[in-house]
Design a protein around this ligand. Structure first.
Ligand SMILES: [Zn+2]
Length: 185
């Protein structure tokens, strides 16, 4: 029989992860939503909590591994914020993923996000992560290596930065992309 992912079942997995991290994620409120495009979310605004879409979690056809990975993905966000004070999918989040054995890719968010890019929660998370960047900061780009931010232009999600790379010249990049894919030094 397929597992039913009710609140108790989710909390049980959170408690197991707490056993690994020594944190208290299982004590946070859990809400269910009817969201089609956001399968899970760790919320910071208006009180810390997790939310999960019942469209997936109540679907008996949905793979148990996907449910577990979603829970661990969101737990890693909780852990990232608790330990490093970070939001988004940066290197500290990836570090947390490796601790809780979550797949360190944006998984469900990546393909959904292209279509549902306006989803508030994701946008808020992204914007929060993007506030950290200023001219003079160094980043490590997966392809171009180390570089220094020289200018930031644009607003919100449309922000672009100019980066002077040590070996790859000057490049203009989307800050949202950088925030997700580069390491900030
Ligand atoms: Zn995420």
């Amino acid at each position: 029989m397929k597992k039913v992912w009710d609140e108790d079942a989710i909390r049980k997995e959170l408690a197991r992860l707490d056993g690994i991290t020594g944190l208290n994620g299982a004590e946070l409120p859990i809400r269910f939503t009817d969201a089609q495009c956001v399968i899970g979310c760790y919320h910071l605004n208006n009180g810390e909590r997790f939310s999960f879409s019942r469209i997936y979690f109540m679907d008996p056809e949905w793979a148990e591994e996907s449910a577990l990975d979603t829970i661990r993905h969101e737990y890693a966000h909780y852990m990232d914020y608790a330990i490093y004070g970070n939001v988004g999918h940066g290197w500290t989040w990836k570090k947390c993923c490796s601790v809780v054995a979550a797949c360190p890719v944006r998984l469900y968010n990546s393909w959904k996000n292209d279509y549902y890019n306006k989803k508030q929660t994701e946008k808020e998370q992204k914007l929060l992560g993007m506030h950290d960047y200023k001219a003079g900061d160094y980043i490590i780009h997966p392809k171009y290596g180390k570089g220094m931010i020289t200018t930031i232009a644009g607003v919100e999600i449309m922000k672009t930065i100019q980066v002077e790379f040590e070996t790859a010249g000057v490049r203009k990049l989307s800050l949202a992309w950088v925030s997700d894919n580069c390491i900030k030094l």
